[in-house]
Design a protein around this ligand. Structure first.
Ligand SMILES: Cc1cc2nc3c(=O)[nH]c(=O)nc-3n(C[C@H](O)[C@H](O)[C@H](O)COP(=O)(O)O)c2cc1C
Length: 316
């Protein structure tokens, strides 16, 4: 099985990838969060994401979100020069600000515009293109036509998150829609969505033995050993998590400017990590309150002294 790290804006940054890679195995590739090429200057945070020295030693696939095929092509040229070998198109992002700009999941209810866009990018792009998509905008009505459309292009890999745009990340994944894709798609298929434990992955592999690629998101953020576990290797230990956390903190302190600002980002991770521990919500309260590094360090030390890892330390 090939395991990829899902793109997650604000979370799977270049330095996060580096820290994860120093501590955990079995993650075969990492996607950047969506990069948005513009006419004129590229945004600073996007430049840092694709800088080659920031991604050394890792298999990284830059993800692009745009509705302009000329911008897509010029961005691909730029990343090809840096040595990247594949680019990923975001057709899944459900955010209102994105949909309003007619990008990402907006295309799933505008298939003629999508066809025109795909014609444009596949005829000009200098690298293989993979696509990350949902199964529809607000209903599954257009799914057969969407599959037919995808089958017209040499898509390197189609990563399917079987939810509608209007589902955001709520409710169950729509496996009946994934079944439809599985039965009819002619390009290499990858699955993404709600794979939080090795048991989830095992059940998926039994049901879809031909799908050889799985993308993991929230499950991996919560338990960074998940990909390794899915391959029958060891569960995360407390000592391992503490050492990973220390590395995260010192890396963040060195790359995020503004004194204690990095603590806000650290707390976003604790929203996931508190699920690893018995009574985690209560234990993490002081960590959330900390505004200064010494307070944070005290709160984290207390947490580590008292925390017991759950028998099933998973997102859900
Ligand atoms: C906070 C957050 C940020 C995300 N950012 C992106 C992104 O930049 N690009 C993208 O394709 N998907 C993004 N996603 C979606 C994830 O890649 C993934 O599809 C989703 O979390 C479902 O997979 P999971 O159930 O394994 O978490 C984001 C999801 C979350 C929760």
């Amino acid at each position: 099985m090939i395991y990829s790290y899902a793109p997650m804006e604000g979370i799977t940054t270049w330095w996060y990838r580096q820290v994860v890679n120093r501590h955990f195995s079995n993650i075969d590739r990492y996607y950047t969060f969506f990069l948005t090429p513009r006419y004129g200057a590229v945004m600073g945070r996007d430049v840092r994401e694709i800088r080659i020295e920031n991604n050394r030693g890792l298999s990284v696939i830059p993800q692009i979100m745009t509705n302009k095929s000329d911008l897509f092509a010029s961005f691909v040229r730029e990343i090809k020069e840096k040595g990247y070998e594949e680019v990923n198109l975001n057709l899944g992002c459900p955010m209102q600000t994105v949909v309003k700009k007619q990008r990402a999941s907006w295309f799933l209810s505008h298939l003629e515009e999508l066809r025109e866009f795909l014609d444009g990018i596949f005829s000009s792009a200098e690298l293989p293109i993979s696509i990350k998509t949902r199964v529809g905008f607000d209903s599954l009505d257009l799914l057969p036509r969407l599959i037919e459309l995808f089958n017209c292009y040499p898509i390197k890999e189609l990563i399917v998150h079987p939810r509608l745009r209007t589902d955001f990340y709520k409710g169950s994944v729509r496996m009946e829609a994934f079944d439809e894709v599985y039965r009819n798609i002619k390009v290499p298929l990858s699955y993404n969505g709600d794979m939080f434990s090795p048991e989830d992955v095992k059940a998926f592999r039994e049901k879809y033995p031909d799908v050889k690629r799985i993308m993991l998101g929230r499950g991996l953020i919560t338990n960074p050993s998940l990909a390794r576990l899915c391959e029958g290797n060891a569960q995360l230990t407390m000592d391992e998590f503490i050492s990973f956390h220390m590395d995260m903190q010192s890396t963040m302190m060195s790359v995020i400017e503004g004194g204690d600002i990095y603590l806000d980002r650290m707390k976003e991770f604790w929203w996931y990590w508190c699920r690893l521990f018995e009574d985690g919500e209560r234990l993490v309260k002081d960590v959330r309150k900390a505004r200064k590094t010494p307070d944070y360090n005290r709160a984290v030390e207390k947490l580590f002294n008292n925390a017991v890892m759950k028998e099933r330390p998973y997102f859900l």
